[in-house]
Design a protein around this ligand. Structure first.
Ligand code: HEM
Length: 368
């Protein structure tokens, strides 16, 4: 007969509570601040474990061949968990900051060259979310992934580190699944395999740009009236420049010829969902996009909060991992996975200025 379950056996507390001794076989030999340092990191790694699992679950739901309306709430559910965990991770740095610079210096040197830089779970997370490798910031001449490959393999944990990165790289990403789904999203009622879909998409984008022209012209006049006629030329340049930029982006003129039509449809879908977000049938799609942006925003806040905590504790000295420290970490704040979802915001119009919606009945509006 199976033993009666207990809290301590279920959570394997004997093992869990015996894992905080760091490099010393005996935890009692550690300074109290080092125990604090180890526990805070381990708690983060446990949260990362759950976030990775949730990213995979969300990606798998979104990758199902036809994404029925029932599936999106499930993806949103996973994203909500990720976002809630990351929000806790942001706040948790406050606990780390009870470590003074001197407290840390008392044991810091023995950590060299280990570093959060080797958090393979963070790298898995970036890969599974879909971070484009071309965005990765090197430190010195070292690529963060190559670093793990080079340093791993010497211990069981190091072997696990590289194996997990190889595994993550062999899988599809959340970004890939999202783009697939966006590609299939109906625009003005048209689907990608409809005969004249390309025309419908182009007409939608052209009508949007015409509405943007009208809206921006009115905004320009207001600016000139407020700031003075002598500023007209400069302001006109600025407004036209940002409109031209929006056009290049929406028509995907910044991507290779062979990818243009597909990327244009994906971006048009984002624009469509974001713009007509009040339509009943776009309620879940827009929530999905909102949650993805919120999740990525939490990631950015995590990176930002981490680097400000690092600056407070070690200033601008070289990191234990050998990077330039705060200088390197500040550069990683430029990482964006869901680039299009951020970029589209520059092109959005207020609801009253939107072009007319075609086929509103298809989106749950009986009277248009
Ligand atoms: C006293 C506390 C901490 C200090 C001084 C610190 C410092 C640093 C520094 C300087 C780096 C850059 C790499 C290097 O040269 O070492 C780094 C990277 C990193 N740290 Fe921390 N860290 C601290 C706590 C934490 C905590 C609690 C976490 C939670 C998981 C964390 C996660 C990371 C991650 C994921 C990276 C890699 C960032 C990237 O390459 O994008 N660190 N840390």
């Amino acid at each position: 007969m199976a033993a009666t379950p207990s809290y301590w056996d279920y959570l394997k507390l004997d093992t869990l509570l015996d894992l905080q001794s760091g490099l010393d076989p005996n935890e009692d030999n550690l300074l109290p601040d080092e125990l604090h340092f180890i526990i805070v990191h381990q708690v983060y790694e446990l949260w990362f474990k759950l976030v990775i699992r949730s990213v995979r679950l969300g990606r798998d739901e979104l990758s199902k061949p036809t994404v029925a309306e029932e599936i999106i709430p499930k993806v949103v559910h996973h994203l909500r968990r990720i976002s809630a965990i990351l929000s806790i991770c942001v706040d948790q740095f406050e606990v780390m900051e009870t470590l003074t610079p001197q407290d840390f210096l008392a044991f810091r040197d023995k950590l060299i060259p280990s570093s959060g830089f080797q958090s393979f779970q963070m790298r898995e997370l970036e890969i599974l979310m879909g971070l484009d490798e071309s965005q990765r910031i090197k430190y010195g001449e070292i690529n963060p992934l190559e670093h793990i490959k080079k340093m791993g393999g010497k211990t069981p944990a190091g072997t696990l580190a590289w194996d997990r990165i190889v595994q993550a790289r062999s899988e599809g990403s959340l970004l890939g699944a999202l783009n697939e789904w966006l590609y299939r999203t109906p625009i003005q009622g048209s689907q990608p395999d409809d005969d004249n879909d390309e025309q419908v998409v182009n007409d939608f984008l052209e009508s949007y740009m015409a509405a943007a022209h009208e809206h921006h012209s009115q905004g320009l006049e207001r600016l000139v009236a407020a700031l003075g006629e002598d500023r007209r030329a400069t302001l006109e340049d600025r407004v036209t420049g940002s409109r031209d930029h929006a056009r290049r982006f929406l028509f995907a003129e910044d991507v290779k010829d062979e990818d243009r039509e597909r990327i244009r449809r994906i971006r048009a879908s984002v624009l469509f969902i974001e713009s007509y977000r009040e339509l009943p049938l776009l309620a879940w799609p827009r929530l999905l996009l909102d949650m993805i942006v919120q999740t990525e925003q939490q990631f950015l806040l995590f990176r930002n909060r981490h680097v400000r905590m690092v600056e407070r504790i070690i200033g601008r000295r070289t990191g234990t991992g050998g990077s330039e420290g705060v200088g390197y970490l500040d550069k990683t704040l430029s990482y964006r996975v869901f680039v299009d979802l951020w970029a589209i915001r520059t092109a959005l119009l207020p609801t009253y200025a939107l072009p007319e919606l075609k086929n509103p009945e298809l989106y749950g509006f009986a009277d248009g």
